[in-house]
Design a protein around this ligand. Structure first.
Ligand code: GCO
Length: 254
């Protein structure tokens, strides 16, 4: 009898920041492997357009519009998601990028990045975990970055947040693994997304990424799906507290 360890049929996944970029690519990828996907976002029209697009492709997709940085909104939003059915997978993908030299950084920008890229993952996971623990199973995937390992000029809040998210991944593992939850991270390298539009428009920077990445190119959002399907599936039932870097080799080579 053939077994497909990566089959997500019967699973329901919530993807924060799911209406565009890597989040939407991950939602489509999990749906392609059988999961029902719930897309979260703050912009309702953008979110609805993404959901309608996935539904038009024949996937089971729905919207969960709430602000992942607002504790009260998260509590109500997760209650709504759970009222719609069981949840099995949480992908903490929501994130922003704000580039500025540290000496010009405002506290507002620092706080905005840290609360969106780090605190939100805690708020959403803290709300979802009790349901996973009650069932004795669940998957939490935090979307880190190569900036969880290295720094680059002008992105200090993002780097601090993504490094913190690596630590939070391990902390969640420490508290929830015994309860049947696998918590892991995925660390993308440089991917061609809207968040990086300014970088992609900069020929010198794009050339630097291609030269600094052993694969010699930027990643395509759908290239992140494999790691997400693996970490969402039975194939990773004994994988916990780990980070899979999908970076074309960038972190492994000087
Ligand atoms: C930047 C980029 C990076 C990448 C990604 C790498 O300004 O250097 O936004 O942060 O997008 O996060 O993993």
């Amino acid at each position: 009898m053939t077994v497909n360890l990566f089959d997500l049929s019967g699973q329901r996944a919530l993807i924060t920041g799911g209406s565009s970029g890597l989040g939407l690519a991950l939602a489509r990828g999990l749906a392609q492997h059988g999961a029902a996907v719930v897309l979260n976002g703050r912009d309702v029209s953008k979110l609805d357009a993404a959901v309608i697009g996935l539904q038009a492709e024949g996937f089971n997709a729905s919207a969960a519009p709430f602000d992942v940085t607002d504790e009260t909104a998260v509590r109500a939003g997760i209650a709504d998601v759970l009222a719609g059915g069981e949840l099995h997978i949480l992908i903490n993908n929501a994130g922003i990028q704000r580039r500025a030299p540290l000496t010009e950084l405002t506290l507002d920008i620092w706080n905005e990045v840290l609360i969106t890229n780090l605190t939100a993952a805690m708020l959403v996971s803290r709300e979802v975990a009790p349901h996973f623990l009650a069932r004795g199973s669940g998957k939490v995937i935090n979307i880190l970055s190569v900036m969880s390992e290295v720094g680059r000029r002008t992105i200090s809040p993002y780097t601090a947040a993504k490094t913190g998210l690596k630590g939070l991944t391990r902390a969640m593992c420490a508290e929830w693994a015994e309860g049947g939850i696998q918590v892991n991270g995925i660390g993308p390298g440089y991917f061609a997304t809207q968040m990086n539009a300014a970088l992609l428009a900069d020929e010198a920077f794009t050339a630097w990424v291609s030269g600094r990445t052993p694969a010699g190119r930027w990643g395509n959002p759908e290239e992140l799906v494999g790691a997400a399907v693996f970490l969402s599936s039975r194939a990773s039932s004994y994988v916990n507290g780990q980070v899979i870097y999908v970076d074309g080799g960038m972190l492994s080579v000087l």
